[in-house]
Design a binder for this molecule. Structure first.
Ligand code: ARG
Length: 413
């Protein structure tokens, strides 16, 4: 039964079209919607809408649903439309009229916002923890291999010498900035929309929004009820931006690892157990994990664009279009968690081949260093800015004798 059931039967195809992927996606929202409903039930009891007994029954029923969900035994069916209806239907079936009372002073519109924000808060915390783990993996690798010299590249050409610690450290620094973006996304998500109703507040009942916000673990209450609706998709877009920031870091890290593990470079050795084989080329050790991580950035960018597109041009207030932001958001979170978890397992297993790194440190990498030595030796000459014919003869002689190769390079420095 729907919460809004009207006369007449909707054709099954249309019903399926309306619920779309919700029956499947909302499965993930079940524990969060129950958590919100438990806070709501306690509040309704406090303001006298529910008796002590009724409140206790509803909380017990909701805890039962959480348990069933954990055991894989609570299913949102397409006919339920979404998890909010499925959960209320369970309570009504079990407690009759008392079950119906859980919907007092709330709408599915503030319910879906609340469940989504709780889901997102949980996801942000998981992602933040995994980024910190990955950062530790990089620091650990740096401890072991940090002082090995490797070529630094510009334009994909050997440029100047660097060390593993600087290379890996660049990702550590990038993660630190990315974590700041997640912190901001978390701050935006961390406001309770419960009690904003359909978008225009709750009339008649003197609800306690601070109480429910606190019980659910939100730091504050989202005051403007219409903004609560407007924030759907906008908040997700910010979260998606944070997700693309970490996936950008991982895309770059994967790209470096893919190149550096090619036989032609050989600086990095990938663990065989993370590589796949080929059905026809027995010599192959394919780095599929890194390739999928690299591509995931683009997939999530696409999901971000979907959300930003769906939420534009909508009149203020709830519009059903918003339902379609749920899939891209959840998909993006799942992909990001998958990438982070896989890299947290793979990174501690990579090794750096000191021998190949040493071999790669060819003479041209030191050209700048040698040029600077010359500048030191001929202090009055800011030769990098001067045409070669203006340089003093002694200086040129020195260059010609000791720095034949670099002579060509100096005029382009
Ligand atoms: N599944 C819906 C969504 O995600 C729930 C809210 C439905 N509200 C409504 N007024 N039809 O948006």
């Amino acid at each position: 039964m729907k919460l809004w059931d009207k006369d007449g039967k909707m054709p099954a195809e249309v019903e399926a079209f309306l619920s779309g992927e919700d029956a499947f996606l909302d499965q993930k929202l079940v524990p969060f919607d129950c958590k919100a409903s438990i806070a709501h039930a306690h509040m309704l009891k406090k303001i006298g809408v529910l008796s002590e007994k009724e409140g206790a029954q509803l909380v017990e029923g909701l805890q039962e649903i959480i348990k069933l969900h954990t055991e894989g035994k609570f299913h949102v069916k397409q006919a339920d439309e979404d998890c909010h209806t499925a959960i209320e239907a369970y309570l009504i079936q079990k407690y009759g009229e008392t079950g119906k009372k859980i919907h007092t002073a709330r709408s599915r519109n503030d319910q879906v916002l609340t469940a989504l924000r709780l889901y997102e808060k949980d996801a942000i915390h998981q992602v933040q923890a995994l980024i910190l783990t990955l950062k530790d993996c990089l620091l650990q690798l740096s401890k072991t291999y940090g002082y090995i010299e490797i070529p630094g590249y510009t334009h994909m050409q050997k440029a100047m010498p660097t060390i593993v610690k600087v290379w890996l450290g660049s990702f550590v620094s990038s993660f630190e900035d990315t974590l700041k973006v997640f912190h901001l996304a978390d701050e935006l998500v961390d406001q309770s929309p419960l009690g904003t109703g359909a978008g225009f507040g709750i009339p008649v009942f003197d609800i306690d929004r601070e109480m429910t916000a606190k019980a659910m673990g939100f730091s504050s209450v989202l005051e403007n009820p219409l903004y609560a609706q407007m924030s759907r998709g906008k908040i997700e877009a910010t979260l998606m931006h944070a997700l693309t920031q970490i996936l950008f870091d991982l895309n770059k890290l994967s790209t470096d690892l893919l190149l550096f593990s090619m036989a032609e470079f050989g600086y990095v050795l990938l663990p065989s157990e993370f590589c796949t084989g080929s059905s026809i080329m027995p010599q192959k050790k394919n780095p599929d994990v890194l390739e999928l991580v690299r591509a995931s950035y683009h997939v999530v960018l696409g999901e971000e664009m979907k959300i930003k597109g769906i939420i534009s041009n909508l009149m203020s207030g709830y519009n059903r279009d918003l339902q379609l932001t749920k899939g891209p958001m959840m998909q993006a979170i799942e992909i990001t968690l998958g990438c982070l978890k896989s890299l947290c397992l793979l990174l501690p297993k990579i090794t750096i081949n000191e021998g190949t790194c040493k071999k790669a440190m060819s003479g041209e990498l030191y050209a700048t260093e040698e040029a600077y030595e010359l500048v030191k030796k001929y202090p009055p000459i800011a030769f990098v800015l001067k045409p070669i014919h203006e340089l003093p003869a002694a200086f040129l002689r020195d260059l010609a004798v000791n720095h034949d190769e670099e002579l060509v390079r100096l005029d382009v420095l």
